[in-house]
Design a protein around this ligand. Structure first.
Ligand code: APR
Ligand code: PHB
Length: 405
């Protein structure tokens, strides 16, 4: 047992040593810790919530082809390949029309896999714990220190004791509201922010999917999405006003809106079922440039967020981790900091492509309350262009399935 060491007027009860200190056990932090382990690099993950909480948090569930390949290459593909649902297209509905984006025809053989983000999280946690990985859940008061030195450290509270984690690098994977990004001085950051005048009400339902593929609907009363998690669970979304609260949405009202917004073509009906969970999420685009400050690196939602239309969030987090895993491995193997120096620029190029696409999908499919008739006609013209032009559909499809690394 280490003695109590006063530091910065704080009594530190335990000093922990590792190579890489990671804040946040979402897909970004967990995957990084796993990838580093495969490279022989030790890490400690600090997470403010419990294991149960992070494993059951409902989030999006679409993996691009490159994300599936990466997860499989690092040994996380077994359950994903077995239970993940491979999709070869999706449908866009508008007016009384339907347009299918056929991945087989429009992309170079790619598709997407529908597999809930919390399933990815469960798979990585299981792999880390089996390998003896260190994840500290329910930590509090995490703070980052000395990231501009070669001896950065993290302080946190765990089980009522102050801890100090000494490491070579600190990685902020603590999402949009985390502490890491806020540790970087404002004068070295450029941030880009766009909010949208609506939110998404998400509903998890015990019911078989009503369609083999996802349906995105731009209806007269607003956007809706029919998605799924398995052969017996569906995930539906409804565009709603920004200031709505969950109490505004009774189950009856939810079903009524879903039927109205999705049943816009003949011979198609939405199957109802028990509502297992409902929540409201605001829509936002945000990018922080830079993603590095000395020995502090940001990855995933800590550095950038996208509106969920197109489901790019988890894929961008996976892409950051891939760059960072390679960069840290090069540093530990041969002392090269070339990849660390290019980390931010390499990630941001992909991030901005995801930002553009998520903004495009959001603009294409939602009812913007302040739009005038001119803007509505432009949106309609874009939807017709998509259904009439293979080139337009190719552009949408290749962004939706994502790009190779
Ligand atoms: N200390 C410790 N942990 C923290 C702190 C903190 N101060 N703040 C946040 N966290 C944890 C959160 O509890 C969460 O588990 O950091 C984790 C961040 O995980 P995510 O929000 O899932 O972010 P990320 O891993 O970057 O994954 C991005 O998540 O939000 C979705 O749509 C997004 O799919 C995208 C993906
Ligand atoms: C989901 O299934 O949660 C989902 C699917 C597609 C999206 C967003 C969310 O564009």
């Amino acid at each position: 047992m280490p003695g109590v060491i006063p530091l910065n007027n704080k009594k530190i009860s335990r000093i922990v040593q590792t190579q890489v200190g990671i804040i946040g056990a979402g897909p970004a932090g967990l995957l990084l810790s796993h990838v580093l382990h495969l490279h022989g690099i030790e890490s400690v993950v600090l997470e403010k919530h419990s294991k149960d909480y992070v494993e059951s948090r409902v989030r999006a569930g679409v993996l691009e082809q490159a994300s599936v390949t990466l997860l499989s290459e690092v040994g996380l593909g077994e359950r994903l390949q077995r239970e993940g649902m491979q999709h070869h297209g999706f449908e866009i509905r508008f007016g009384n029309r339907s347009h299918r984006i056929n991945f087989d025809e429009l992309t170079d053989g790619k598709g997407i896999t529908v597999y809930g983000q919390q399933e990815v999280v469960k798979d990585i946690i299981a792999a880390r714990l089996t390998a003896g990985g260190q994840i500290s859940f329910e930590v509090d008061k995490v703070s980052i220190h000395d990231q501009l030195s070669e001896e950065p450290f993290i302080e946190y509270l765990l089980a009522g004791e102050n801890h100090k984690l000494n490491c070579d690098f600190i990685i902020g994977c603590d999402g949009f509201h985390g502490v890491s990004r806020k540790t970087i001085p404002e004068d070295v950051i450029s941030s880009f922010d766009q909010s949208y005048p609506f939110a998404w009400l998400g509903v998890l339902v015990q019911a078989a999917p009503s369609s083999e593929e996802l349906i995105y609907s731009n209806s007269a009363t607003g956007f809706a999405l029919h998605s799924m998690r398995s052969r017996t669970v569906t995930r539906n979304y409804i565009q709603c006003p920004l200031d709505d609260v969950i109490e505004d949405w009774s189950n009856d009202r939810i079903w009524q809106e879903l039927h109205t917004r999705l049943e816009t073509v003949p011979d198609w009906a939405l199957t109802e079922g028990e509502i297992l969970e409902k929540s409201i999420t605001p829509m936002r685009s945000f990018v922080c440039e830079t993603m590095r400050h000395g020995r502090l690196f940001l990855a995933g939602d800590a550095a950038h967020i996208v509106p969920p239309t197109g489901a790019k969030g988890m894929n961008l987090a996976i892409s950051d981790v891939r760059f960072l895993g390679q960069a840290l491995s090069a540093w530990y193997q041969n002392g090269s900091d070339d990849l660390l120096n290019s980390y931010s620029a390499n990630c941001l190029r992909r991030v901005w492509r995801g930002e553009r696409f998520s903004w495009y999908m959001t603009s294409l499919l939602h009812k913007f309350p302040d739009d005038n008739q001119f803007q509505r006609r432009l949106q309609q013209a874009e939807l017709y262009y998509l259904s009439d032009s293979k080139a337009a559909s190719v552009a949408l499809a290749e962004n939706y399935v994502g790009f190779n690394f």
